[in-house]
Ligand binder design. Structure first.
Ligand code: ZN
Length: 589
């Protein structure tokens, strides 16, 4: 329904009368267009995080009134309400939403702050997402500010306008008393909003480094397609990041700015989410827009959306100078090692992994490493190897950088890209037919071919064979397959191709003794040193309270074969290619 040119807006007011109980109270003034009833919908998922999460389970006490009279509200589906209007031009709908899940896609409300995401918060008129949505916050008096990618309305604080429902869902809002660092880059204002900073986080240094990442990426793409950008950095000990068109929510440990290892992780996260404002929020898979908010949106090309973003997030942080070349090669090596040591790479192609994100990646269990490959890891490694191929095929004149920029200009309109279109563009820009290379990498479970990395002046550090005994059980993260459960040594997962898989060890077995002797969690690593590959010993486990003895044969620890380094024997051409790869990129003239 319209009045004049613009559809009439929905006007929301969010208040927090008892934030310590984790509720946001929502009031919505909803235009009816003169209908006798209207249907209100709620999203079941948050774009960028591919799992149906049933947000309506946190919504309660949906009530409506018009002309001062209460109106009937009937729930007609898991995420839909039919509201009688009494013939009024607008109705007032009130409800409460519970939020105490500290993730980038959900709501979190407590006495100190509120993180409000659109999908778990706002009901909207079903099938009418094009209308404007106003949001006014009424925060507790002790909260000093609110922050969002939405433009502010008027001079009163905490009043924002989303041009449509997609923008509302794409614009998380944080309110509280954060530590805010502002800077200009590319002629636009940016803010790093540190929520939960109590003096441990290094705000000044991190803000300066974020700015360098922003400037490197603006230069890479050659455009700045937003009016302002907000980094909402939740310093809450949770982890994660979620991309939006002109903002991101990051979750981090407060200690990450205090160690170089932790800080590199955080810079990598910042760079990844910022890269997404182009790759996936504008240059996007055909299936990811316009979004269907009530069900899964399947796509085969998350290797582009997430994999290539993972590749470039780290690479552009290195080109920005916030990661050293050695740190960057370390990040890339870790990603390659993760791919090459995950058995699921031999069970599922990367496009299958993308399609099944909704039922596998976001629903991991103890068997996931055996059946599934991460489209972040494999997509990122494909990005690296593809970049090597394109640089070699074009004599160094073209790179994957050119593909990304060409893809942005060609596919960032209304329709997005299909896998076939993106593949064709790669060959077109490379000036060489890479369709067979891409088919193998994307459609099969064949091992990726690393033989070309020498052309980029790189090699894998020669690994020394280990004579350490190995069972395929480790307490060391990442990839731990054992956990210390209050002093009990419990198997958390059994990977294919390991001695314990051969021996019939199960997830949730408690390991009690090895070779006839008791072993406890703090003794595990040292005890393995007492054995040799090829030795056969008894492994005593408890399973469903029964003691079982399994015969297990120690293997040899796999080679640590995936550490990239500059090749000391590299030719001048290869060394030049390495320098060019790590140098700041330039957009096309
Ligand atoms: Zn991502």
């Amino acid at each position: 329904m319209t009045s004049g040119l613009q559809p009439e807006p929905i006007r929301f007011t969010l208040s927090f009368p008892a934030p310590e109980t984790h509720y946001v109270e929502v009031e919505a003034v909803v235009p009816t267009g003169g209908r006798s009833s209207v249907d209100l919908d709620m999203a079941v998922w948050t774009p960028g995080s591919y799992l149906v999460r049933e947000y309506s389970r946190h919504v309660e006490q949906v009530r409506a009134e018009s002309d001062g009279q209460p109106r009937d509200v009937e729930k007609t589906a898991k995420n839909r309400w039919r509201v009688q209007t009494g013939g009024a031009a607008s109705i007032v709908v009130r409800y409460r939403a519970y939020g105490r899940e500290m993730t980038v896609r959900t709501n979190y409300v407590d006495a100190e702050f509120a993180l409000i995401n659109g999908a778990p918060t706002f009901l909207t008129l079903a099938g009418e997402s094009a209308r404007p949505h106003y949001v006014r916050l009424a925060p507790p008096a002790s909260w000093t500010s609110s922050h969002t990618g939405l433009p502010a309305v008027g001079v009163e604080p905490h009043h924002y306008l989303a041009a449509d429902y997609d923008t509302l869902v794409d614009s998380p809002i944080v309110a509280g008393s954060p530590d805010v660092h502002e800077f200009q880059a590319g002629g636009r204002p940016h803010s790093l909003v540190n929520v939960g900073d109590d003096g441990v986080w290094d705000g000044r240094t991190s803000s300066a480094d974020v700015r360098r990442i922003v400037e490197a990426q603006q230069a890479f793409w050659g455009e700045v397609p937003y009016d302002k950008y907000v980094f909402i950095n939740m310093i809450t000990e949770a982890t994660g990041g979620l991309e939006h068109k002109n903002s991101t929510v990051l979750m981090t440990s407060r200690w990450k700015s205090r160690t170089r290892r932790g800080y590199v992780d955080w810079l990598s996260l910042v760079s990844h989410e910022f890269f997404h404002l182009w790759n996936v929020k504008r240059l996007r898979p055909a299936e990811l827009g316009p979004f269907e908010y009530g069900r899964e949106n399947f796509t085969r090309t998350l290797w582009v959306a997430e994999g290539l973003t993972t590749y470039y997030g780290d690479l552009l942080a290195a080109r920005a100078g916030v990661l050293t070349p050695a740190e960057y090669l370390g990040e890339l090596s870790t990603m390659i090692a993760s791919l090459q040591t995950t058995p699921g790479r031999l069970a599922q192609s990367v496009e299958e992994a993308s399609f099944d994100a909704w039922i596998r990646f976001y629903r991991p269990d103890e068997n996931t490493p055996n059946t599934t490959i991460s489209y972040y890891d494999k997509g990122g490694v494909i990005g690296f190897l593809l970049d090597v191929e394109i640089r070699a095929a074009s004599g160094g004149r073209r790179s994957l950088d050119d593909v990304m920029r060409a893809a942005l200009s060609r596919f960032s309109g209304a329709s997005g890209f299909t896998s076939a279109e993106f593949r064709a563009l790669i060959s077109e820009i490379a000036g060489a037919d890479l369709s067979q290379w891409l088919a193998r990498a994307l459609d099969t479970t064949e091992e990726l071919d690393y033989s070309g990395i020498g052309r980029l002046g790189l090699r894998f550090r020669p690994a020394t064979p280990s004579d350490a005994a190995w069972l395929g059980l480790t307490l060391v993260m990442p990839g731990a397959t054992l956990r210390n459960d209050g002093g009990r040594l419990v198997v958390s997962g059994v990977r294919r191709g390991t001695p314990v898989h051969e021996a019939g060890v199960n997830a949730e077995d408690e390991v009690i003794a090895l070779g006839g002797y008791r072993v406890r969690p703090d003794q595990w690593a040292a005890r393995l040193e007492a054995f040799k590959p090829g030795q056969r010993v008894a492994l005593l486990v408890a399973r469903r309270e029964r003691l079982l003895t399994l015969e297990v044969t120690f293997g040899a620890e796999p080679l640590k074969a995936w550490v990239l380094e500059p090749d000391p024997q590299a030719t001048g051409d290869a060394s030049a290619a390495l320098a060019a790869w790590l140098a700041p990129g330039a957009p096309p003239a």
